[in-house]
Every structure is written in C-alpha cells, then in structure tokens.
Design a protein around this ligand. Sequence first.
Ligand code: HEM
Length: 136
Amino acid sequence: MSASSLSFRFAVICVIAGMVMGIGMAATQDHSIMPAHAHLNLLGWVSLFLFGIYYERRPALDVSRLAMIQVVLWSVGTIVLTIAVAALHLGYSAADPLAAIASLAVLAAMLIFAYFVFRPARAVESGPAARMSPAE
Ligand code: HEM
C-alpha cells in the first residue's frame, strides 16, 4: 500500500471517530473532552489528508518506506495523544507522560515530513499527474 492510501484511510477513520466524539459531547452537553476532539480532527483528519495529497503528487516518495513510517508514526502518535488529552481533561493526571511521549512522536513525524519538503528538489519532484497544462 502507498503512503497516500494509508494517510487517506487513517484520516477517514479519525474523522469518523472525531465526529462520533463531537456528537457525544453535544448529546451529553459535556464538552470536557473538547481538546481531544479538536486534536483528533485536526491532527488525524486535516493533517493526514494533507500528507496524503502531498504524497499522492510525488509517486516515488509515495511508495518509499520512510513515507510509510511517517504516516504510521503520525497516526499512532495522534491516537495516543487523543486518548491522553481526553484522560487529562477527565481528571486522570497520570496520563501526562503518555501525552508527552505522543506529542514527541507527532513532532518526530513532522520532522520527517519537513525533511521531505526541504530536501533537494530533484528528490521530491512531482509526478506527471501533478503537472497541469493550460487549457487551450
Ligand atoms: C459530527 C461532527 C462534529 C460535531 C458534532 C462536533 C461537535 C463539537 C463540539 C460540541 C465542540 C465543543 C464546542 C465548545 O465546547 O465550545 C467542538 C469543538 C471543536 N471541534 Fe468539533 N464537531 C464535529 C466535527 C469537527 C470536525 C470535522 C473538526 C475539524 C476538522 C472539528 C473541530 C473542532 C475544534 C477545533 C473544536 C474546538 C473549538 C474551540 O476551541 O472553541 N469538529 N466540536
């Protein structure tokens, strides 16, 4: 499987879970886990979907092992961070170290992504699908 397919799949799972969480908060009128909901939707849905678009436009990168590692590290970090942030806001302060580890995991995944973005242009050249010709 390519990094983009994995990103899109994880992103959709995250937004479904995030929406269920949002509906749960609205239905119970208990918004205490709102920061966890926001993190799951923004790290899980929005960011992962954006990674997927970036990878899909760069076919060589899309099938690279490091891109897969980036997506998996980001996804696992996001899930653990969401659980830890929810636990913290429900009063379980023991979840603090878990939140710290997960936040470092997503930072590491973002640093890998930064490496893809900043490395020499030839290595991350867009694939033919990304090149558009003006309409005649
Ligand atoms: C079924 C869909 C959703 C429902 C029912 C829902 C519900 C909620 C609720 C009840 C809150 C708490 C508001 C408050 O306490 O002030 C909230 C906050 C938030 N939601 Fe959602 N949400 C949904 C989808 C999404 C999605 C898809 C995203 C992002 C792409 C998102 C991002 C946020 C953010 C960033 C906040 C925090 C807002 C703030 O800081 O005031 N939500 N949502």
